[in-house]
Design a protein around this ligand. Structure first.
Ligand SMILES: [Zn+2]
Length: 642
């Protein structure tokens, strides 16, 4: 989130690789380029394929359930009075609560982004995912108290900072990102309306949008273009959603004011002019473009979203699925070997890419979109939550010798704290999708999905990724014809097997495709899928001798020990950048095309590997399980000189 011309890092100090998963080519078939029909599902994603509403998916024991529970505890550890403090002060309502720290400090220009925004979204999503009334009640309490602030302010405006920030924005005077924060607060209220049925939250959101309409009304398009150069989150996306949920087209008209033509035009022309841009500023705008296409069928906006998605996943993403370095894209497309550091891959970028991927998948059913989702979900999302306390990372260091760095529980509240809290609240929202005829099983995560329209329930039990297999048990109110599409991932290069009710099927599917099982399903049917996992290399597209090692979808990290590493060095407050020097890692002498030339499993230990034939016999483990330790993801691998 750059402040003026400064990068966020600058501000704070003042205060798979593409080759690994194949450059994603344009989808060869457009399943449905016509305007989508009305959007009855509450995910606000429209296409021939749709995710199941979060309310219909329940996680079963496994790493994502653990992560969600940890996140729930973190959310509930926050005091509502502390969360509300700066909103109340801004509205002239007395508050004696102890202020929060970091980016929620009473003098931080972004205050309110987490407390009145992400926090509401995370509570609403947790309620949707669990049915736990404590989260609905917490969201309702926050909405009630924030409504009092909005009433006191009187104009529909709701924020923890005064309108003076928007005056500066209008006048072109330096300011951090007022519409970015406004978007989060609007979205938080919309999420509470959608998932908790809270009408007051919708009323607050509509009043907020009314204020935004007044603000933008007298501004020319040229003036708006200048305003849109300052990070504004997904104001377009949230207003399109408000239009859809209320049926009021005036909100779509307002959303158009936030569709930034100067950013969209090159993308619509399939030109990558992203080099030099601040990364996370851009994703929410593109999600707004996706929502515009879904509502109106304007193909320009689908082109923008799909081209952007292909460009990031194909030319600007690391093995983990993450993108950006020092918050930016500073190198040309496909040049990544020189773009790894202690501040690679801001977590918000991965979060937003997953959101965008859901839209692309809904339009295309492209298994490569599901492949990208899995890669990013397991590596760049699961691995960024602190298993001790649920705190969250900002950057994901990809240069060797660094460590994971988390925001302190009540004194950081970075943007990535907010998106991370939402990510784990909604864990499970992308395991299953459906079209009119059947279900797509996209992720191997223990869970159950209900499809009431078909009277069908699927229960997936799996030890994945400790073992490459999953079992799906069917419950059907009555025998029902449906197609079950099991994802065969990009990494399933050793084939696999599927059994239906114990009988092996003679057919299987190639990597990056779906295994289609069409039949009449009845209670007691069981599908067992085996997908042997293996080692592979994820080379940088511009220098294949710089590479990560993967096992199935998991990026492996070399354990480099805790040398010189203190607990204090692993937690940040206002400043999201870790401090300290890396340890040096020797080059690997091996065959760069063959990971098994230097990495082997440790017998008898699941997902533990070791280097062989190297001076240093270190262990490698899944990156998402490593914390409190220095690590290496990318290695320099050289052939032995004759
Ligand atoms: Zn962030």
């Amino acid at each position: 989130m750059p402040r003026g011309s400064l990068t966020r890092r600058g501000l704070l100090t003042a205060g798979a690789s593409a080759a690994a998963f194949g450059a994603l080519r344009p989808a060869t078939r457009a399943l449905d380029a016509s305007p989508p029909p009305g959007n009855p599902n509450r995910d606000l994603i429209a296409g021939p394929v749709r995710p199941f509403p979060l309310e219909q998916v329940r996680l079963l024991p496994g790493p994502f359930l653990e992560a969600r529970d940890r996140n729930s505890r973190y959310l509930m550890s926050m005091s509502p009075d502390r969360l509300l403090h700066t909103f109340r002060i801004n509205a002239g309502i007395p508050s004696s609560a102890e202020p929060l720290g970091g980016w929620e400090k009473p003098d931080c220009e972004l205050r309110g982004h987490f407390t009145g925004g992400h926090y509401l979204s995370a509570c609403a999503l947790t309620y949707a995912a669990t049915g736990d009334d404590a989260f609905r009640a917490r969201a309702a309490l926050m909405v009630d108290e924030l409504a009092k602030c909005q009433t006191a302010l009187g104009s529909g405006y709701l924020s923890a900072f005064p309108e003076e920030q928007f005056d500066r924005l209008r006048r072109g005077v330096k300011v951090w990102a007022p519409f970015y924060t406004y978007d989060k607060i609007l979205r938080g209220h919309l999420d509470v309306y959608q998932h908790c049925g809270n009408d007051r939250a919708l009323a607050t959101a509509e009043a907020m949008a009314g204020w935004a309409r007044v603000f933008t009304k007298g501004l020319s398009d040229a003036h708006m273009e200048r305003i849109l150069t300052i990070e504004y989150g997904g104001m377009n996306a949230v207003l399109y959603d408000l239009a859809e949920l209320t049926g009021k087209e005036e909100y779509a008209d307002l959303a158009h004011r936030f569709d930034q033509a100067s950013f969209f035009d090159p993308l619509a022309a399939r030109r990558d002019e992203l080099t030099g841009l601040h990364a996370n500023t851009q994703f929410p705008k593109v999600i707004g473009a996706a929502r515009r296409y879904e509502r109106t069928g304007e193909t320009r906006y689908r082109d923008i979203a799909e081209y952007f998605w292909r460009e990031i996943t194909g030319s600007r993403a690391y093995a983990t699925g993450g993108t950006s370095d020092g918050e930016r894209w500073e190198t040309p497309p496909g040049v990544l070997s020189t773009a790894i550091s202690s501040s690679s891959a801001e977590c918000c970028c991965a979060y937003n890419m997953l959101k965008l991927t859901r839209h692309v998948f809904a339009w295309t059913a492209d298994p490569r979109a599901a492949d990208y989702f899995e890669r990013t979900y397991w590596n760049h999302r699961l691995g960024t939550q602190n298993p001790e306390d649920g705190t969250l990372m900002y950057y994901y260091p990809l240069a060797s010798g660094y460590w994971k760095f988390y925001g302190a529980p009540m004194s950081a509240f970075w943007c990535c704290t907010g998106t991370g809290a939402e990510e784990f609240a909604k864990a499970g929202d992308s395991i299953y999708f459906h079209d009119d005829s059947g279900v797509y099983v996209n992720l191997f995560i223990a869970s159950e999905v209900r499809w009431p329209e078909k009277g069908l329930r699927l229960r997936q039990e799996t030890p994945f990724p400790d073992e490459g297999r999953t079992t799906i048990a069917v419950t059907a109110d009555r025998p029902v014809e449906a197609t079950l599409r099991l994802r065969v991932p990009w990494w399933a290069t050793r084939g696999g097997t599927v059994k239906i009710n114990g009988a092996a099927s003679p057919v299987f599917a190639s990597p990056s495709s779906y295994l289609t099982l069409a039949r009449t399903w009845k209670t007691g049917d069981r599908v067992e899928l085996e997908l042997p996992m293996g080692l592979s290399v994820a080379p940088m597209p511009d220098d294949p001798t710089v590479q990560a090692v993967m096992y199935g979808p998991l990026v492996l990290a070399g354990r480099l020990g805790t040398q010189g590493l203190t607990r204090a060095m692993q937690y940040g407050e206002y400043d999201c950048e870790l401090k300290g020097d890396p340890v040096r890692v020797a080059d690997v002498i091996a065959d760069p095309a063959d990971a098994s030339s230097w990495v082997e499993p440790v017998p008898g230990r699941r997902l533990i590997f070791r280097a062989k034939g190297q001076p240093d016999q270190r262990e490698l483990v899944p990156l998402n399980r490593l914390y409190g330790e220095r690590y290496a993801v990318y290695w320099k691998v050289r052939e032995r000189q004759a």
